[in-house]
Ligand binder design. Structure first.
Ligand SMILES: *Cc1c(COP(=O)(O)O)cnc(C)c1O
Length: 354
């Protein structure tokens, strides 16, 4: 089992595979020969379970990672002369190496400034209204991340309001749900309430950060938009020949709501971390922690000293900005040890008052 000493706060993809997903993986291996490329009984079963989960007749596809899920789904919503409205902090803008633009053959991302990673209806409206001439890439999609890159969560009402504004301008709604589970757990709502019932057309449903070995699901609630999607997946090198090993582990997540429990645990660990460190000397909480991340600003010597003790975490959000991420298996003991180190180092590195 995982020991507290080896756990880190850099990313939820540092964690391994959760036992139920691993069991499903092994069960899929024990079932003998199966048809390839997704024509197997495991994949069929998982797609059926996803339709039950979302309480609607959606189309489900599996790809290896989130970059492919986002890039390929956006490409299927856009022509090359279209554009996608998103937050300037969106993963599709900052962390996919131009994948969405590449797979859509040029659809441009139009970014909006946000305070906490959340796009607003007004920001969407302003971008759409700015230009409508033939010289500007025509807005076609709104993309939101749930939970966001800042560890915040859109409420049901916020998703609805964004989708309403999107529909007013004839835009499709894409949701990057690399941490969808954390949002569902945080809001304690049915997954349909923040997706198709709120107006979301396509969800990239993250499994990796929730406890799968690999693999994300692309869920088209508007089945019309899924037309020929299997060809995009294949051409992009994202069609697993032994598909059952990508799909079957999802059964372990879906059965008994393991995906919600994994996410709720990660969220709780982030809440605990936040409560333990929030009043440390010189520490500033950057965003309200609503999911499984805590963002804080720390004095640079404290960051260096934490790294010196072997702690790993990302500092990609400007000087002193740290992202502390909890996962499905983060132990309370790890959180307490890490928090104690942070508090002690903050005290030690306080500017001396004269
Ligand atoms: C992790 C993540 C993804 C997926 O990234 P891959 O490394 O391509 O799997 C997508 N969106 C967000 C917001 C993420 O945090």
């Amino acid at each position: 089992m995982t020991s507290a000493m080896t756990q880190q706060f850099a990313s939820d993809n540092y964690a391994g595979v959760c036992p139920p997903a691993l069991q499903s993986f092994l069960a899929a291996n024990a079932s003998g020969h199966e048809q390839a490329y997704g024509d197997d009984k495991w994949t069929e079963q998982v797609c059926e379970r996803m339709r039950e989960l979302f309480q609607t007749d959606c189309e489900v596809f599996f790809v290896f990672n989130g970059t492919a899920a986002n890039s390929l789904s956006l490409a299927s919503l856009c022509q090359s002369y279209h554009s996608v409205i998103c937050s300037e902090l969106a993963h599709i803008e900052t962390d996919e190496c131009g994948g969405p633009e590449f797979f859509s053959h040029g659809s441009k991302l139009l970014t909006a400034k946000t305070d906490n990673g959340k796009l607003t209806p007004d920001a969407i409206d302003a971008i759409v209204r700015k230009r409508s001439d033939v010289h500007f890439p025509k807005p076609r999609v709104v993309s939101i991340t749930q939970s966001t890159e800042c560890g915040t969560v859109y409420s049901v009402e916020e998703v609805r309001a964004i989708a309403t504004m999107a529909k007013r301008h004839h835009l499709s709604v894409h949701m990057d749900g690399a941490r969808f589970a954390n949002a569902v757990a945080a809001l304690n709502v049915h997954p349909s309430e923040i997706t198709w019932r709120a107006g979301v057309d396509v969800l990239c449903f993250g499994g990796t950060k929730n406890g799968l070995p690999v693999g994300e699901a692309v869920v088209f609630f508007d089945k019309h938009l899924a037309r020929e999607f299997e060809y995009r997946v294949k051409q992009a090198g994202q069609l697993a020949s032994k598909m059952r090993f990508i799909s079957a582990p999802w059964l372990g997540l879906i059965d008994n709501d393991v995906w919600i429990r994994n996410a709720a645990h990660a969220n709780q660990m982030a809440a605990l971390l936040h409560s333990l460190i929030q009043s440390a000397a010189g520490l500033k909480v950057l965003f309200e922690p609503q999911a499984n991340a805590v963002f804080v600003e720390l004095p640079l010597p404290v960051i260096d000293a934490l790294r010196g003790k072997g702690w790993k975490f990302y500092t990609f959000i400007g000087a002193g900005g740290c992202r502390l991420m909890c996962s499905w298996d983060t132990l309370e003991a790890t959180v307490r040890t890490f928090a104690a180190d942070i508090v002690a180092l903050c005290n030690q590195h306080q500017p001396t008052e004269l």
